[in-house]
Write a protein that binds this ligand. Sequence first.
Ligand code: PHE
Length: 455
Amino acid sequence: MSDSNTESRGSWNTKFGFILAAAGSAVGLGNIWGFPTQVADNGGAAFILIYLLCCLIVGFPLMIAEFTIGRNTQKNPVGAFKKLSNNNIYAALIGFWGVLCGLMILSFYLVISGWTLSFALEEIVSYLGFNELANTLADLGNGYKNAIFTVLFGLLTIVIITGGVSKGIERATKTLMPILLGILLILIIYIFTLEGSGEGLRMYVTPDFSTITPDLLLSALGQAFFSLSLGMGALITYGSYLKKNQNVVESAAYVTVADVGIAFVAGLLVIPAMFVAQASGIQIFNPETGALFSSVTLVFDVLPGLFGNIGGFLGTLVGFTFFILLGLAALTSSISLLEVPVSYVIDEHNIKRKKAAWIVGGIVSVIAVIVSFNLNLIDVFVFIFNEIGLPLGGLMICIFLAYFWKTENAVLEMKNGFENIEETSFPKIWTIFVKFICPVLIFIVLFTTLYNYIF
Ligand code: PHE
């Protein structure tokens, strides 16, 4: 690869910038919506413990693997597997699968991200008394409205990507992540001043181990893949812009801790907020199943109800800020989802970044508009590309690295930036994980998911 091409691919400006960008990819709807929702769905703190184990045992070793493959090859996922396998077509398919998952996950991710914008706007519009417009903005089933906000969010994502690695992605995440953290903390402090939050906190931190079932294990592992942005090469792509002096193991540790930490903290906001909503008269348990409301109902029904009950300017402010928080988290993730297919087009088809971003972003936006009008596609896409797709991708990455590229070569790559790696026990432990523990666990989970689906 010539220097000029390396230069045109771009690279991270600072070590911290890379960690923040990768953390921005990881921290998204999966943390602030998905994680609390799963905790509510799966009976509280027992889920948190299992989730932590999944992140530690499967997520962290795999994240190191993705960063290492990316940094070694300096390529998009397709190019990376081609390079490491001397152009083996089956190996390249692992990368293609990642590119496809990126496109399809982004196509529903944009729709949900669009909702965060329309609900933020709805808070203001309804405060100003434009009730009809407010109702339209809050109507999840309105395809035209969905399409407009979906495309708007797509445009935001494309514009950041056209800026390149350091001037686009790195700069945007450096600005957005501190704002996101600030908003999250302020909202938590506020929620804890309200009646009912204590009960929510208690439910959040008290584990009920009777809820641990095989299904819960599946949910926890799926959630870990999605939340840590693993299995589709997003982190291979981000790793490919790394300079040789960065310690990838340490960086992966920071990103994992940031992602898990922010998911936990987001739960401290959302679960207590549900019980505050209950104290204000809103139903938070599904009368038919007795379970806590989750997912779409929780975020786009229970919580707006709470903001309405807080009322006045304060209610508007809290509601607006909450949806902006969700939107910011979504944006730093959607750029990483788009960057995967864009980097593929740039590297493999020699197309300039701006053009590549508009072409690929345009294609994704068209699919996303179709999803805007057919929301039942979200569940289908989640199942195929997230619940099956990401673990499958992760499994293939693990097997490729362990048995074809070989862990010794990966460790050699990690040595850049972690000079005394061979004097530590890290290579041995990590090798056991990527060779045996991770693939076996992922395989069991995938097999069970498919088995449950078919029978
Ligand atoms: N990690 C992001 C989230 O939690 C979603 C994502 C998945 C981003 C896969 C990139 C790749 O919302």
